[in-house]
Design a protein. Structure first.
Lengths: 318, 306
C-alpha cells in the first residue's frame, strides 16, 4: 500500500514540469469569520500571493462568526486533509493550541498570521504589533486634544490577544500624557451595536467627552452613530483597522484617524512565506508589518477595494 | 404566571441600586436611553413570546432579523426607495416566519429543529447575499425609525409600546389569542375542543417573523449599517428576556408585559455596568449573578408566600 502511494507521488512529481510544482501545493488558510471586511481583505491577499506563485488555497472560515467549536473542528478537518502548508489564526488561542500542535506534529508546516496563536513551532509569525498600534493611535488622539481631556475607550473582547494588547497600548499612551483622563473603558466585543449602546450609556454619565478610542473600526462606526444621534458629532473618534467603510468616515470627517491593521498585506506576506518555505527557502521567523496612521491627508490609498490592491514586494529570505 | 410582580420588583430594585450607585442612572434621558436600547431586544422577543406561549420555540429570530435587515439594506441600495426597504424587511421576516409555521404545523418537524434549520438557512442566505460586505448609509426617513423622537420619546420606544399593547390585546382580548394559550397548554385538548391548532401555530410563527422584520428596520435606523452577523448577539438575550419575563418554556402561560420587563432587566444590567465603568472581565460574571438574583428573589418570595 505504502509502495503504491509512494509510486503515485513519484509519478505525479515526474509528470509535473518543474514550474508547475505548485499543483500539489494546496494551502489551508484559516480566518475567523465571513462578516468582518478585515478578513475579507486578508483572504484576498492570501489568494493573490498564492496565485502569483502558482499555489492553490482552500479557506477555512467558521460559518457562525468567531465560533470556537466550529473553528476547532475545521482545524481537525485540516489535520485529516493534510495540506502542503497552513496559514493559521486562532479564534481562541488557548482552546485551539492542542489542535494546531497536532497539525504541526503531523508534518504540515504552519505559518501563524494575523494574531498570535500561542506557543507552537510555527514556521513564522506574520502580523502587526497590536500594542504599538494601540499606543500610536491613542497618542495621535491625545496630541490632537492638546494633551488634555477626558477620553472613553471601547475595548474588543477581553481575553483576545488583539483586544488586550491594543488596550494596553491605549493605557500606555495615557500614562505618557498626564493631562489625559480615561473616563471609562468598556467592552463592546468588536461589534457595532454593542459599541453604539455602550457609547450611549457612557454619554449618560459624562456630559463632556473629549475623545473616543475604539479598538476596531466596527466599534468606532457604532460610536460615531451614537455620538451623532446625541448631537455630539464633534467628538473626535479614533480606531484601528482601516476597512474601506471606516476610511470613508475619515474622508468625511466622522473618524479622526485610524491605525492601519492591514489584513490584505498580512494575507499576502503570510501566503508568500508559507509557499517559499515549502520550496526550501529560509524565511524570517517573525514579520511585524508597520501600520500607518490613516488621516484625511493620506486616506486615498485605503479607499481602493481589496480586489484591486497589489501585494507588497516579497520579504527577502534569511 | 404570578412571576410578573416579582420580576417588576427585581427591576425596580436594580434601578434603585443603580440610582444610588451612580449619578448618571436616574435621569430622564438615561431612562429613555434604556427604553430605546431595550426596544430592539423586545421587538425580537415579542413574537417569540407568542410562539413560546403557543407551545413552540423560534430559534431563528436573530438570523431572521439579520436576513431581513440585509435584504432591506440591499433593496434600498438597489432602488433608492425607503418604501422598498420597509416592504422587503417586513416581507422577508414574515416569509421566514411562515416557513417556520409550515414546517412545525404542517410538516410536523419539532419546533426546536425546524427553527434551528431555518436559523442556518437565514444566516446562510445573509452570508451569501452580503459576501463579506457591509451595506451602510441610509436616508433620514429610514434612520428616523431608530434615531427619531416623537413628543420627546424615541421612536423605537413608541414602536415597542405599540407592539406591547397590540400584542397584549391580541393575546388576552381576542378569541385567537386565547386559543394560542390553549394550544400551548394542551395541544390535544385544544384540538378536541375545535381550536384550529394548525392555523394558530402558523399565525404565531408568522407574527414572530414579522416582528423580526420590524426589528430589522429599527436596527437599520439605529446602526445605519447591515452586515451578515448583525443579529448574532441577540438570540440568547431574546430567549432570556421571554423566560425572565415569566413566560413558561412549556407553553400555555406568559405575556408580553413580562417580556418587556425581561428585556428591561437585561438592558439595565448592561447600562449599569457601563455607567459604573465595571471592568470588562467582570461583565459576564456580574450579568449572570444579577439575572440569577432576580429569578432567585422571586422563587424565595413565592415559597414564603405559600
Amino acid at each position: 500500500m505504502r509502495r503504491v502511494t509512494a509510486a503515485l507521488v513519484l509519478a505525479t512529481m515526474l509528470a509535473a514540469p518543474p514550474t508547475a510544482r505548485a499543483a500539489d501545493e494546496t494551502i489551508a488558510a484559516f480566518s475567523k469569520n465571513q462578516v468582518d471586511p478585515h478578513f475579507e481583505g486578508l483572504r484576498i491577499g492570501v489568494d493573490q500571493a498564492a496565485a502569483a506563485l502558482g499555489a492553490t488555497v482552500r479557506h477555512y472560515v467558521p460559518t457562525r462568526p468567531n465560533n470556537i467549536a466550529e473553528a476547532t473542528s475545521q482545524l481537525e478537518d485540516v489535520v485529516a486533509a493534510h495540506p502542503a502548508a497552513a496559514l493559521f489564526m486562532a479564534v481562541d488561542a488557548r482552546a485551539q493550541l492542542p489542535g494546531v500542535q497536532r497539525l504541526i506534529a503531523s508534518g504540515v508546516p504552519v505559518v501563524n498570521y494575523n494574531d498570535r496563536a500561542g506557543d507552537a513551532p510555527f514556521v513564522s509569525y506574520v502580523g502587526q504589533d497590536d500594542f504599538a498600534l494601540g499606543k500610536a493611535i491613542a497618542l495621535h488622539l491625545f496630541d490632537h486634544l492638546g494633551g488634555r481631556g477626558g477620553v472613553v475607550i471601547l475595548e474588543g473582547v477581553r481575553g483576545s490577544t488583539t483586544g488586550d494588547d491594543r488596550r494596553r497600548g491605549f493605557e500606555a499612551a495615557a500614562r505618557e500624557r498626564p493631562g489625559i483622563r480615561i473616563l471609562a473603558s468598556q467592552p463592546a466585543n468588536f461589534q457595532r451595536l454593542p459599541a453604539l449602546q455602550a457609547m450611549e450609556n457612557i454619554m449618560q454619565r459624562y456630559p463632556r467627552i473629549d475623545g473616543v478610542i475604539a479598538a476596531a473600526d466596527a466599534m468606532a462606526l457604532g460610536a460615531v452613530e451614537a455620538l451623532a444621534a446625541a448631537g455630539r458629532a464633534n467628538v473626535p473618534v479614533v480606531s484601528i483597522n482601516g476597512v474601506p467603510e471606516a476610511v470613508e468616515a475619515v474622508r468625511d470627517g466622522r473618524i479622526l484617524a485610524i491605525a492601519e491593521f492591514n489584513g490584505f498585506r498580512i494575507g499576502c506576506v503570510a501566503a508568500n512565506l508559507a509557499i517559499r518555505h515549502l520550496r526550501g527557502e529560509n524565511v524570517p521567523r517573525e514579520v511585524l508589518l508597520p501600520g500607518a496612521i490613516i488621516t484625511r491627508a493620506n486616506m486615498a490609498e485605503w479607499l481602493v477595494p481589496f480586489a484591486q490592491r497589489r501585494c507588497p514586494p516579497p520579504i527577502p529570505a534569511t | 404566571m404570578n412571576a410578573l410582580p416579582a420580576r417588576i420588583g427585581a427591576l425596580l430594585l436594580l434601578a434603585l441600586a443603580l440610582s444610588l450607585a451612580t449619578e448618571g442612572f436616574a435621569t430622564a434621558t438615561n431612562l429613555l436611553n434604556v427604553l430605546r436600547q431595550a426596544s430592539l431586544l423586545f421587538l425580537v422577543a415579542s413574537g417569540l413570546t407568542l410562539v413560546i406561549i403557543g407551545g413552540g420555540l423560534d430559534l431563528s429570530v436573530a438570523a431572521n432579523l439579520t436576513l431581513s435587515a440585509c435584504t432591506a439594506a440591499l433593496a434600498f441600495k438597489a432602488t433608492g426607495s425607503v418604501a422598498a426597504a420597509v416592504a422587503t424587511a417586513l416581507g422577508c421576516g414574515l416569509a421566514v416566519g411562515l416557513l417556520n409555521g409550515l414546517l412545525v404545523a404542517v410538516v410536523r418537524v419539532p419546533a426546536f429543529l425546524a427553527t434551528y434549520g431555518t436559523l442556518w438557512i437565514a444566516s446562510g442566505a445573509a452570508y451569501w447575499l452580503m459576501a463579506g460586505r457591509v451595506v451602510y448609509g441610509f436616508p433620514p426617513a429610514l434612520r428616523g425609525l431608530g434615531t427619531g423622537f416623537v413628543l420627546g420619546v424615541p421612536t423605537p420606544v413608541w414602536i415597542m409600546l405599540a407592539v406591547a399593547v397590540a400584542g397584549g390585546a391580541f393575546l388576552f382580548l381576542s378569541a385567537a389569542g386565547r386559543e394560542v394559550f390553549f394550544t400551548g397548554a394542551n395541544e390535544e385538548a385544544a384540538r378536541l375542543s375545535g381550536i384550529p391548532v394548525r392555523r394558530r401555530r402558523i399565525l404565531v410563527y408568522g407574527l414572530s417573523g414579522l416582528m423580526c422584520g420590524v426589528a430589522a428596520l429599527v436596527y437599520l435606523g439605529r446602526v445605519n449599517a447591515a452586515e451578515a452577523g448583525l443579529g448574532d448577539p441577540l438570540l440568547l438575550p431574546a430567549v432570556a428576556a421571554v423566560l425572565i419575563g415569566g413566560t413558561s418554556l412549556f407553553g400555555g402561560a406568559g405575556g408580553l408585559a413580562g417580556t418587556l420587563v425581561g428585556a428591561l432587566i437585561l438592558t439595565t444590567v448592561t447600562n449599569g455596568l457601563n455607567l459604573l465603568d465595571v471592568g470588562a472581565a467582570w461583565h459576564p460574571f456580574v450579568t449572570g449573578t444579577i439575572i440569577l438574583a432576580a429569578l432567585g428573589a422571586d422563587a424565595l418570595l413565592a415559597r414564603r408566600g405559600a
